[in-house]
Design a binder for this molecule. Structure first.
Ligand code: AMP
Length: 111
């Protein structure tokens, strides 16, 4: 999608620090980390949020397997928090499905 920031990252038009990629997904460091380790995981195809991804027939198990593999690549397997915001009312600012993969002390969100 032309005006989507994360589609521009996928296309290489906006720089990002890639940590893992393949199988239709991309993981890169969040530009404004909210934890010691904060990685974003996205499908390379544009989907506005998780609801849109599921409605389009997206494979949630495959996506979450990629998330799990990203945690392993990042050295945070077994000690991470996973969050996705669906819609502006929930805090979503970038309208391309993304998972916040967080690890470290004082993680944001639930305890
Ligand atoms: P959300 O509020 O769930 O939509 O989260 C959007 C996330 O994207 C925030 O954590 C931002 O820090 C992050 N972000 C915004 N622009 C960039 C960028 N160019 N590269 C990496 N992360 C970004």
């Amino acid at each position: 999608m032309n005006d989507c920031l994360f589609c521009k990252i996928v296309a290489g038009d906006v720089p990002a620090s890639t940590v893992h990629e393949g199988d239709g997904y991309l993981a890169f460091d969040d530009i404004n980390p909210k934890a010691d380790r904060h990685v974003l995981v996205i499908p390379t195809e544009h989907h506005g949020n998780l609801d849109d991804y599921i409605a389009a027939g997206g494979d949630a198990a495959r996506m979450l397997t990629f998330v799990k593999e990203t945690a392993r690549v990042c050295g945070i397997a077994g000690r991470y928090r996973l969050i996705t915001n669906v819609g502006p009312a929930a805090g979503q600012e970038v309208m391309h499905l993304h998972w916040h993969l967080l690890a470290g002390d004082d993680l944001p969100g639930f305890h």
